[in-house]
Design a protein around this ligand. Structure first.
Ligand code: 0A1
Ligand code: ZN
Length: 880
């Protein structure tokens, strides 16, 4: 294991390598115990570099068994090897030459799940970001691009399927039960996109003919017996391929595209060239075992990895500081895909919800960093919501600023100019500057300055003149990365009393306006609209056109009206959730001071009205009646948070809503549900979401679990079943009938890992203080496996990130329990331990007693001498 050497990698130190790697020939001899690897690299010194410079290759925990220059076996001092580095001296000053390196690995002992490891019986690899160096010594960095040819040898019985990147070239028998396959990838790629999979797998196949007529063989490999569950993933893949052609003119570029579903995986999935490897959670689905949320997740992740083929693979990153170049852009692309495939407003609400729940707390706490960071200790810790989700928002803002046509022209230029390159964020922006005829140097600050800007809006209406005052501020905690005014695109509308968008001409001289977008580029600006017959309702930041905290002291009546009649569906949702959020924030603060705050009946009525508003699609109605979660309310409170007060305030609001809305909710709930077989289409998903959202207030109003039990018993799909069971486990935990329902669920799905993850999660997330003890019991369950990331996340992550009340328990037991689990997990899988440790990131926002308990837990972690670099980096930055 790599312990921390304290080294910080800096963007300003970037320098190209002295050597180019033109081609890589790999041979893998997979054995039941160890794997032997031979890597033959075709190298060349780059022109203009020191002809005597040694070749220094990266390694991580490697065992070297031989080195050759051409056919000559080398011995020290011609080379020096440690587990982490191989240095070769006296290499040719010019021309191509070959170095062959032999290493021996123990894939079964690799619990980090980086490099070559075994999951179940399957051999598989994960190389992003720096896993290839755990297979062989290499210039393991994204700007070293080579073609690869891979030969895999294995026992046919253990591994009838042998896969790598690119096209299959050869295969055959070796005698003695052994066989081989050879794969050839003609597209030069960085080592992080290398992949190999070997095992006994089932396959689902299909075909796709690209716009220009290339016939592509598609295959999704799964554990034996599960390939039927890959049907929806296959459908999503074909839709993604078609969409990328239509929307961005991007076609697939090999004759074969393989996906493999793996049960032990650190992240969601990986875009290896022609051989995507997935956490099986994002491939395997059927109505009986997966929820509608799971279906949406599969669609998104399948699309995301496929879209990487152009944004990430054909055009890759020069260095890891440029991670947003591929990730922010690819998230933007997958969000646009989902918006086109489903309801755009529903998708946008879900994305903004995710951004606020994940990225805002990160950007407002100790793990804050710019979208394009300039230094890191451990790159694995920068696969963050800031790089991914905020990175996507920055691309969306570019699209808003340029408009659809010029944005597409900028993307076309990017693909044309940088195909085959390892590019930078500056390269990307330059394409939009050129294609859009615009200077984006101020906009670029979004990539460099950390923190969530505050946008303050004021309005004044007099004599038919509306004055909007806008002000931006990045003062609050922006980690020394600058606080210069940024270019904030503010989409807006002026809405009439009757609910129509008014067309009003701005008077000259204020901030620049382009159609329905105000371009705020100065610290503050005013815009005046003249000749208005009536005072309009001001609808700002439509579609969440910039990732900012909006402060707009708008009259309550105006906001209530906008919640009812803003022609922009997203803005209606925002108007209502902002009102609810504000109440919950104030009520939480009041409770903490021993007072109470009444839930304004007009807000309550607005929520109730939205539940039966036939003009809104059901999915949107479900989103409007859902209360913000406890963590979101805590974020709104911001400081001195008392999680018990937050919990009580939310409960009180739910009770008020449930009592007042009972009749309406019951009416909507009783309306006939859709008939016919299960369908994952958007309309059916929306209807289920609405019915399930109503279960909570209806159960609270009746004070009885009967409705949830009836729903559980009647459910014919996992969405309804899990919604009912979660409600029972979270609100009626002590009832014997709840236990029976949990047991019945367990028995039914005992052999289904993905469903059993849900069973673990729903218990770890029960919003009761005793969930800490429950989680302790869960990790003693025979089916709990710390080494399986999905299972570890289900229980430890369930408690740490999905259970604000128990994690932040007043006696500190939640913090201590999580810290203990992190220590144990860190020994097996540092990357997953570090990711879970980010749960502590908001510790300073709690009241002083909890702060000191959290600090104690963090300090005791930091004091451990054997912490991995991954976990040490998170813990130390969180404490700093
Ligand atoms: N590039 C992948 C994310 C990813 C990153 C690191 C990994 O290592 C375990 C795995 C996957 C994506 O954006 O989907
Ligand atoms: Zn990605």
């Amino acid at each position: 294991m790599r312990n921390d050497d304290g080294q910080v990698i800096r963007l300003e130190d970037y320098r190209p390598t002295d050597f180019a790697v033109h081609h890589v020939d790999l041979v893998f001899r997979l054995g039941s115990e160890t794997t032997e690897i031979e890597a033959r690299l075709t190298l060349e010194r780059r022109a203009g570099t020191d002809p005597a410079a040694p070749l220094v290759l990266d390694g991580d925990d490697l065992t070297l068994t031989g080195v050759w220059l051409g056919d000559e076996a080398l011995a020290p001092p011609r080379f020096d090897a440690t587990p982490d580095r191989l240095t070769l001296r006296e290499l040719p000053a010019a021309g191509r030459f070959q170095v062959t390196i032999a290493t021996r690995l123990d894939p079964a002992g690799n619990t980090q799940l980086m490099g070559l490891y075994r999951s179940g019986g399957v051999w598989c690899t994960q190389c992003e970001a720096e896993g290839f160096r755990r297979i062989t010594y290499f210039l393991d960095r994204p700007d070293v691009l080579a073609t690869y040819r891979v030969r895999v040898e294995a026992d046919r019985a253990a591994a009838p399927v042998l896969l790598s990147n690119g096209n299959p070239q050869d295969a055959g028998d070796l005698g003695g039960g052994r066989h081989f396959a050879v794969w050839d990838d003609p597209h030069p790629k960085p080592s992080y996109l290398f992949a190999l999979v070997a095992g006994d797998l089932d396959v689902l196949t299909d075909r796709f003919v690209t716009a220009s007529g290339r016939d592509v063989a598609l295959a999704i490999y799964t554990e034996t017996g599960l390939s039927a569950r890959a049907a929806y993933a296959m459908d999503a893949l074909k839709r993604s391929m078609r969409w990328d052609e239509a929307r961005f003119g991007r076609e697939y570029d090999l004759d074969i595209f393989n996906i493999v579903a793996i049960s032990d995986f650190n992240m969601g999935a990986m875009e290896n060239k022609g051989l995507n490897v997935f956490n099986h959670k994002y491939v395997l689905l059927d109505p009986d075992t997966a929820t509608d949320g799971d279906y949406a997740g599969v669609e998104t992740v399948i699309a995301h990895e496929y879209f990487h083929n152009w944004t990430g693979n054909r055009i890759t990153c020069r260095d890891w500081f440029q991670l947003c170049l591929k990730e922010g852009l690819t998230v933007y692309r997958d969000q646009e895909f989902s918006a086109d495939e489903r309801s755009a407003a529903v998708k946008r609400i879900a994305s903004v919800h995710g951004l606020k729940a994940q990225q805002f707390p990160e950007d407002q706490g100790p793990l804050q960093h710019p979208v394009r960071p300039t230094r890191y200790r451990e790159i694995n810790n920068f696969y963050t919501a800031t790089v991914y989700e905020k990175g996507a928002e920055l691309v969306r803002m570019i699209a808003t600023i340029l408009g659809a046509e010029r944005f597409r022209a900028g993307m076309d230029l990017y693909f044309a100019r940088h195909d085959g390159d390892a590019a930078t964020m500056e390269d990307f922006l330059a394409c939009f500057e050129e294609a859009g005829g615009i200077d984006l140097s101020q906009f670029a600050l979004w990539y460099h300055q950390a923190g969530t800007p505050t946008l303050t809006v004021r309005e004044r209406f007099e004599d038919g003149r509306l004055t909007l005052g806008l002000e931006q501020d990045l003062q609050r905690g922006a980690a020394g990365t600058g606080t210069q005014p940024m270019h904030i695109p503010v989409r807006f509308g002026l809405v009439s009393e009757g609910g129509a968008d008014l067309v009003a001409e701005p008077a000259a001289g204020g901030a620049e306006i382009d159609g329905d977008v105000i371009h705020l580029t100065t610290p503050s600006a005013e815009i005046v609209f003249e000749g208005l017959a009536e005072r309009p309702l001001v609808s700002v930041l439509r579609g969440f056109s910039a990732p900012v905290t909006l402060r707009f002291e708008q009259r309550q009546e105006d906001r209530l009206r906008l919640a009812r009649l803003d022609p922009d569906a997203f803005s209606r949702w925002r108007a209502l959730t902002d009102l609810v959020g504000e109440h919950l924030r104030n009520a939480s603060i009041a409770r903490a001071a021993g007072e109470s705050a009444a839930f304004d009946a007009r807000i309550v009525d607005a929520i109730i009205a939205s539940a039966e508003d036939e003009r809104l699609e059901p999915a949107l109605r479900a989103q409007m009646i859902a209360m913000p979660g406890e963590a979101e309310i805590a974020r709104l409170v911001g400081q001195n948070v008392d999680p018990e007060a937050v919990h009580e305030a939310r409960e009180a609001a739910l009770t008020t809503l449930a009592r007042r809305g009972e009749a309406t909710f019951a009416r909507v709930h009783e309306a006939p549900a859709a008939t016919g077989p299960f369908s994952p289409d958007a309309a059916a998903v929306g209807r289920r979401a609405l019915r399930n959202a109503l279960l909570l207030p209806l159960s609270i109003a009746s004070g009885s679990p009967d409705l949830a039990h009836a729903a559980f018993a009647a459910s014919d799909n996992m969405t309804d079943r899990l919604a009912a069971l979660t409600l029972l486990a979270h609100r009626f935990a002590t009832e014997a009938r709840t236990r029976s329902a949990l047991d019945a669920f367990f028995e039914r799905y005992e052999r289904d890992a993905l469903v059993i993850d849900k069973w673990f999660t729903l218990q770890a997330t029960a919003p009761v203080p005793e969930a800490v003890e429950a989680a302790e019991r869960l990790i003693g369950h025979p089916l709990f496996q710390l080494a399986n990331p999905n299972r570890a996340r289900a229980v430890i992550g369930g408690l740490a990130t999905g259970n604000q009340r128990a994690f932040n328990r007043a006696d500190g037991a939640g913090y201590r329990w999580v810290a203990d689990q992190l220590v144990a997990l860190d020994r097996l899988n540092p990357q997953t331990a570090a990711r879970l440790a980010t749960a502590f990131r908001s510790w300073r926002s709690f009241e002083p007693r909890r702060q000191s308990l959290a600090m104690e837990a963090l300090r005791s972690l930091a004091a451990r001498p054997d912490l991995s670099r991954d976990l040490a980096d998170i813990v130390e930055r969180t404490l700093a």
